[in-house]
Write a protein that binds this ligand. Structure first.
Ligand SMILES: Nc1ncnc2c1ncn2[C@@H]1O[C@H](COP(=O)(O)OP(=O)(O)OP(=O)(O)O)[C@@H](O)[C@H]1O
Ligand SMILES: [Mg+2]
Length: 258
């Protein structure tokens, strides 16, 4: 049994060869219902199986095999093949989630606000630290705490931000290569061309919403977010928004929009 501090310093997660035990949250039962749909009705093996709540009141899900990496991303995760596999996995997941929307009651509790229109079940944090890999290829998705319905674009732009990455802590990659990697991610996902012009503006809005969420959660007394703010996370996201604002036109030009 491995007890590990989560990469972002949240509560302890217990990882056993079969299961992962995570702190329960207000949305856990709604997430587990969705995971049950995906793994039982749709027979999907690339998301964890939900296993209910244990005697200590923690969430239990099945362990997905593979390596999980955080920033700075290792070279193994910087290949074109990685980008393709991550974008394709997200696409497959989105497509398989569509039919679940009709099973929603509207009374579900989610961590984030729903982004309209409801096109897919957004993972909302499809980042290397929440994706299992084998030989540098994305194979599984974990940590569905941020799940909620929303638009494909909303999920795709944040995923691209994390995998390209435009996330500023990872600075190994120069501007032109980032643009090529972004284009590659969007193509591998199969994002409709009509959405390309909105990619950067949507990403800036996504990061702004994240900042507001961190501020309001910290104000409600949530320690994780208070710690994140103390560690300067908001300034980092603001710097990323500024970077995207300054480079929006050149990025759009490089990905073939203008
Ligand atoms: N179902 C799973 N299968 C395999 N590994 C898992 C699974 N769930 C969690 N892990 C491992 O535990 C780590 C932390 O779990 P999780 O992402 O669920 O929590 P977290 O608090 O959001 O952490 P982080 O901030 O790192 O994302 C993951 O990065 C991964 O290494
Ligand atoms: Mg996580």
């Amino acid at each position: 049994m491995i007890k590990q501090e989560s990469a972002k310093g949240r509560k302890e997660i217990i990882v056993t060869p079969e299961n992962v035990i995570r702190p329960i949250k207000p949305w856990t039962m709604d997430v587990q219902r969705f995971l049950a749909y995906m793994t039982i009705e749709r027979q999907i093996t690339f998301v964890p199986k939900p296993k209910g709540i244990d005697n200590n009141g923690n969430e239990v899900v099945s362990f997905l095999a593979g390596e999980v990496y955080d920033y700075p991303l290792p070279n193994l995760l910087l290949s074109d093949a990685t980008i393709d596999s991550a974008a394709k996995l997200l696409r497959k997941y989105h497509d398989l989630s569509v039919d679940y929307l009709s099973q929603l009651t509207g009374n579900e509790k989610w961590m984030f606000n729903i982004q309209m229109p409801q096109e897919v079940m957004c993972h909302n944090d499809f980042a290397p630290y929440n994706v299992t890999t084998r030989n540098g290829l994305a194979t599984g998705m974990i940590d569905f705490d941020t799940l909620c319905p929303g638009t494909r674009l909303w999920d795709v732009v944040y995923a691209a931000y994390r995998w390209v990455p435009f996330y500023s802590e990872d600075i190994k990659i120069d501007f032109n290569r980032k643009c090529l990697r972004l284009q590659r991610f969007l193509q591998a996902y199969g994002l409709e061309k009509e959405s390309y012009p909105e990619v950067i503006s949507c990403l800036m809005m996504r990061l702004q919403v994240l900042i507001q969420f961190m501020i309001s959660s910290a104000a409600k007394g949530e320690e994780n977010f208070q710690n994140n703010i103390r560690q300067g996370h908001i300034e980092k996201y603001e710097a990323d928004i500024q970077y995207l604002r300054e480079h929006e036109l050149s990025i759009l030009s490089q990905i073939g929009v203008i």
